[in-house]
Design a protein around this ligand. Structure first.
Ligand code: AMP
Ligand code: ZN
Ligand code: FE
Ligand code: FE
Length: 281
């Protein structure tokens, strides 16, 4: 059987209710699914109830965006429970920083001549953590861009006129907080790090492994099979676990299915979860 260890619900920038996502995981024949919303655990309780009803295994988690340049570093944190703890407490601060940034970004977009209000963005987000995909959706809905990807390329991506930063943990801080909260960290979609040479990936994997990183997301729908094998080889070389997930976002990422990726190009075997679990602190 297969698992999917990276997925988003309406509690951040996905479009499915947590229980709906769990039902899709069951329908896809998965033995386990991780819910990894950006900076929030609010979807876990509902998802756990749905998982208990069907017998599928739910792994509670979050995805964090970290301080990194020149590219982007995201980290998937698994087995982070919705209860007080070092990283859980930090999530509140990260959410506050997002709320502040949302207001500032909406003002910036208005200055740039886009007719957009915070209320519209919050309505698009439906009560969950707000991210740039929600801004993109509102702008596409108003006809400013043909699709979200164009909104990012021209306006919302890092370095573009509508982009503003927000508070981020360093990779080492995130790994340490996660460990102290009983969770396991997986470096998400390493192709976004801004590396192009194998030595750069090796240096980053080594640095993060020394800090306590457990896994690297090697099985990911957006990579060609050859790249997945390259990442898996490098990952093993540094005693890290090759993990994987779809990064499913419902309607916010067209053509991507939970568990199976794009046109069935994803299969993350059960033993991946067992290996990650063996590293729980
Ligand atoms: P935020 O967390 O608000 O900074 O938004 C980051 C999220 O925006 C990422 O997790 C992706 O889901 C999405 N995103 C980033 N870059 C792009 C892009 N070029 N096209 C579409 N979505 C993107
Ligand atoms: Zn997302
Ligand atoms: Fe990500
Ligand atoms: Fe994600």
């Amino acid at each position: 059987m297969a698992v999917d260890l990276h997925a988003h619900t309406r509690e951040s920038d996905g479009s499915d209710e947590p229980k709906e996502l769990v039902e899709k995981a069951v329908a896809a024949g998965l033995s386990a699914v991780a819910i990894t919303d950006h900076d929030t655990l609010t979807g876990i309780r509902q998802a756990q109830q749905a998982a208990d009803r069907s017998g599928i295994r739910l792994v509670p988690g979050v995805e964090l965006s970290l301080q990194w340049s020149p590219g982007t570093m995201h980290m998937v944190v698994l087995w982070l429970r919705p209860e007080p703890g070092p990283l859980q407490d930090e999530l509140a601060r990260l959410q506050a920083s997002r709320a502040d940034r949302n207001e500032r970004m909406v003002s910036r977009l208005a200055e740039l001549g886009f007719d957009i209000s915070l209320e519209e963005v919050l309505a698009e987000a439906g009560g969950g953590v707000v991210g740039r995909p929600h801004l993109a959706a509102v702008l596409v809905g108003k006809g400013y861009f043909p699709d979200p990807s164009a909104a990012f390329t021209e306006l919302l991506g890092a370095g573009r006129p509508g982009y503003l930063g927000r508070e981020r943990l360093t990779p080492e801080q995130a790994i340490s907080l996660a460990r102290r909260s009983g969770a396991v960290t997986v470096l998400a979609h390493p192709h976004t790090l801004g590396h192009d040479r194998a030595e750069e990936f090796a240096a980053t994997f080594e640095r993060l492994q020394a800090a306590g990183l457990v896994g690297v997301e090697c099985f990911y729908p957006e990579y060609p099979p050859e790249q997945r094998l390259d990442f898996a080889r490098e990952t093993r070389r540094f005693n890290l676990v090759p993990s994987g997930g779809s990064d499913y976002h419902g309607n916010y990422k067209a053509g991507l299915r939970l568990g199976t990726g794009r046109e069935n190009n994803l299969h993350v075997p059960d033993h991946v979860l067992e290996e990650l679990e063996a590293a729980r602190p």
